[in-house]
Ligand binder design. Structure first.
Ligand code: NAD
Ligand code: UDP
Length: 349
């Protein structure tokens, strides 16, 4: 498979959603690979403080263009004004429950926004793309670990938008042999930059496990509800493949550097550690890392949940020369540093 050359030329990269959780960490890693980063974000789920702090950590400037991908003309103008060598496309709405209640908003924002982006890229000859997809496209897999050839069966509107965006990119690559794309399917991103300066800052009640644990530990919420204690897993609680956000961010730099030297007609890669961790194992690791108690109670299973999902990450190793290096202890220690230094998120910045 692809061998990455050691020589990496600086590229100018447009990072959509670069002010968000994974995007802000990835901008730092792209800058560390010597690339020039321009962020496009409408700040619908992000704070400009994340960009300012990421700039400080990277010791460079990331220009922030406050543009909405739903505005086709504005997106077109971005590409008219300057030339980009590649795009990393994070911008999307991502809350599963909200997508069930407001499906059209999700199709409009995620699918509609991606159409405008791909149209502008094609019109202006920008032919390299790294795309944020999700393990949610596997739904309830037949077996674990899950590899990229597993059947795709989405179970909610958010997942459907991800699969539609993947399909649009595959079709764009098929129509234009010069268009080159890597589609990254993230498992469960958690943790924060080790400085504690940037991290995940969900609005309202967190949907995901790690931010909920963090808010209980810091005293913003009383008790964690563990969704189900009777799953067919190691201790009866759900098992996932948690991946440190800095490892995930590094994968984007690897993918971009790979696209510089090799053509990829929509290659999909799993990004995970390959290790399954249960809810209670994560709670215990967090208590250890933070020195705080995380009170929990076992409640009914959450609708639509699955017992056990973890990745086979071998293809990412082969294609982009990447593998996760940080374990659960580092994920918890870094998540706690971010949460304890910023108990109310970026609001206190
Ligand atoms: P996030 O909400 O922190 O970041 C997304 C960013 O996109 C935000 O800054 C938001 O303001 C911006 N955005 C949304 N719609 C936009 C629009 N129309 N125009 C311009 N900007 C817009 O989310 P994240 O966790 O960093 O996720 C990044 C990507 O990774 C998303 O595509 C998400 O679906 C995908 N993903 C995330 C997870 C996860 O657990 N965090 C898992 C799998 C996949
Ligand atoms: N979970 C939980 N309580 C919460 C949030 C999540 O017990 O408040 C469990 C959930 O049932 C699953 C695991 O934690 O087994 C990871 O859930 P998350 O929503 O973070 O990721 P996903 O299920 O989307 O992979």
């Amino acid at each position: 498979m692809t061998i990455i050359s050691n020589k990496i030329n600086a590229m100018k990269i447009l990072v959509t959603g670069g002010a968000g959780y994974i995007g802000s960490h990835s901008c730092i890693e792209l800058a560390a690979s010597n690339h020039q980063v321009v962020i496009l974000d409408n700040l619908c789920n992000a704070s400009p403080f994340s960009v300012a702090r990421a700039e400080k950590l990277a010791e460079t400037r990331f220009r922030l263009l406050q543009v909405d991908l739903r505005d086709a003309q504005a997106v077109h103008q971005v590409f008219e004004r300057e030339r980009f060598d590649a795009v990393v496309h994070f911008a999307a709405l991502k809350a599963v429950g909200e997508s069930v209640e407001q499906p059209l908003d999700y199709f409009d924002n995620n699918v509609g926004g991606s159409i405008h982006l791909l149209q502008a890229m094609r019109a202006h000859g920008c032919k390299r793309l790294v795309f944020s997809s999700s393990a949610t496209v596997y739904g309830n897999p037949d077996s674990v670990p899950v590899n990229e050839d597993a059947p795709l069966r989405v179970t909610n509107p958010y997942g459907r938008t991800k699969l539609m965006m993947e399909d649009m990119i595959r079709d764009t690559c098929a129509a234009d042999p010069e268009f080159s794309a890597i589609l990254l399917r993230y498992f469960n991103p958690v943790g924060a930059h080790p400085s504690g300066e940037i991290g995940e800052d969900p609005r309202g009640i967190p949907n995901n496990l790690m931010p909920y644990i963090c808010q209980v530990a810091v005293g913003r919420r009383e008790c964690l509800s563990v969704f189900g204690g009777d799953w067919p897993t190691v201790d009866g609680t759900g098992v996932r493949d948690y991946i440190h956000v800095v490892d995930l961010a590094r994968a984007h730099a690897h993918a971009i550097n790979t696209l510089e030297h090799a053509h990829h007609a929509a290659t999909t890669l799993n990004l995970g550690t390959g290790q399954g961790v249960s809810v209670l194992q994560l709670v215990r690791a967090f208590e250890q890392a933070s020195g705080r108690k995380v009170p929990y109670e076992i409640v009914a299973r959450r609708a639509g949940d699955v017992a056990e999902v973890y990745a086979d990450p071998q293809r990412a190793r082969d294609v982009i020369g990447w593998q996760a290096t940080r374990g659960v202890d580092a994920m918890c220690a870094d998540a706690w540093r971010w949460q304890s230094q910023n108990p109310d998120g970026y609001i206190s910045a």
